[in-house]
Design a binder for this molecule. Structure first.
Ligand code: MLT
Ligand code: MN
Ligand code: ZN
Length: 301
C-alpha cells in the first residue's frame, strides 16, 4: 500500500489568503523555514499503481493533481488514476474539491456515512449539483464494518466513528459517523494505516486501533487549545472545533504506541508552530519521534 499526501494543511491552507499570523506572513515572505501546504487530502493505492482512492476532496484538488502526476496514468484522451472517493466528514476543506472533478465521464463512486451524505444533499447540496455533470454513485459507509473499493481488491477499509461534530454550516443534530477515521489494511502484506485527520479525543478503544496500525496519520491541527484566541484571530478553542491538540494529549497518546508504529501529524493549521522546521515545538516532536506530513510526502506500507 502506498499513501500520498496531497494536502497536509487544515482548512485555509498555509499560508491562508487573509492571514498575517507569524507563520503565514513568514512563509509568504519566505522568511521562515517552512513549506507552504495545501488543504487536507490524501490518496491511497494498493498493488495496482494506477488505481487510487482519493480520501477527501480538497478545494486545492486541481493543484494537487498537477503536483502529483502519479495520479494521471494517461491511458486515453481523458483519464485519471482516481477510481474511488472516500470522505471522512462533510467539512468544506474535505468536500469542495468534488465540484472540480465534475468533468468525469462516469459517476464517481463516493463513499461516505449517512450524516455526511445528508449534509451534501441538503444544506450544502454539492451532490445534487454534481448530478447535472458526472453524477455520483453513493456508497454507504457503516462505521465498524469492513468495505472494499473496486480496483484495489488487495485493500480493505473500515470507518471508525470518532468524537466530533458536523461542520458549522450543518444544522443537523450530530450523529455517530459525522466524523470518521479510517483503517486501511493491505490484506496480503498485513500492513495497516490509521488515518484520522480530525479527532476531538482519543479513548482506549481508538488507541487500540492505532496501536494495531503500522502508521498513524492523525490530527495535527493545533499545538495548543487557545492557539487561535492567543493570536486574536478567532474565539474558538481547538476543542470547540473538534481537534485534540498536541500539548493537550496527542503527544502523550502517540508516545504510548509501539516503537514500530510510525507517527505522522496531518491536517495542520497555519497557526501551528510545528510548521516551522527549526522551531522549539518541532524539536519536541522530533524528540518524540513524531513526523509532520508535507505535501508530496509518500508513505509506503
Ligand atoms: C477543521 O477541520 O476544523 C477545518 O479545517 C475548519 C475549516 O475547514 O474551516
Ligand atoms: Mn478541516
Ligand atoms: Zn496564519
Amino acid at each position: 500500500m502506498q499513501v500520498r499526501i496531497l494536502g497536509s494543511a487544515a482548512g485555509g491552507g498555509f499560508p491562508q489568503w487573509n492571514c498575517n499570523c507569524r507563520n503565514c506572513l513568514g512563509v509568504r515572505r519566505r522568511e521562515l523555514n517552512a513549506r507552504p501546504r495545501t488543504q487536507s487530502s490524501i490518496a491511497i493505492r494498493g498493488a495496482d499503481e494506477t488505481a487510487w482512492t482519493l480520501v477527501n476532496a480538497s478545494p486545492d484538488i486541481l493543484a494537487q493533481l498537477q503536483a502529483n502526476p502519479q495520479l494521471q496514468p494517461a491511458r486515453s484522451a481523458r483519464d485519471t488514476g482516481i477510481r474511488n472517493i472516500v470522505l471522512t466528514d462533510s467539512q468544506i476543506d474535505h468536500t469542495t474539491g468534488l465540484l472540480m472533478l465534475r468533468e468525469s465521464p462516469r459517476p464517481w463512486p463516493l463513499w461516505c456515512t449517512d450524516g455526511v451524505f445528508a449534509d451534501l444533499t441538503t444544506v450544502n447540496p454539492i451532490l445534487q449539483v454534481l448530478q447535472n455533470y458526472c453524477g455520483v454513485s453513493r456508497q454507504r459507509i457503516e462505521p465498524g464494518e469492513w468495505f472494499g473499493v473496486e480496483g484495489s481488491e488487495d485493500l480493505r477499509w473500515q470507518a471508525i466513528a470518532l468524537p466530533g461534530k458536523p461542520p458549522p454550516y450543518s444544522k443537523r443534530a450530530s450523529q455517530p459517523g459525522d466524523v470518521i477515521g479510517l483503517l486501511v489494511e493491505d490484506v496480503r502484506a498485513k500492513r495497516r494505516l490509521c488515518y484520522a485527520p480530525g479527532v476531538a479525543n482519543i479513548d482506549s478503544w481508538l488507541f487500540e486501533l492505532m496501536a494495531g496500525s503500522h502508521c498513524v496519520l492523525v490530527d495535527g491541527t493545533f499545538w495548543t487549545d487557545d492557539e487561535l484566541i492567543a493570536l486574536g484571530v478567532s474565539r474558538k478553542r481547538a476543542a470547540d472545533m473538534g481537534h485534540l491538540t498536541q500539548t493537550g494529549g496527542m503527544i502523550r497518546w502517540l508516545d504510548r504506541l509501539p516503537q514500530t508504529t510510525r507517527r505522522v501529524l496531518i491536517h495542520i493549521n497555519n497557526t501551528n508552530p510545528i510548521l516551522v522546521e527549526d522551531s522549539p515545538e518541532r524539536e519536541v516532536l522530533n524528540a518524540h519521534n513524531i513526523e509532520v506530513a508535507y505535501d508530496g510526502m509518500e508513505i509506503d506500507l
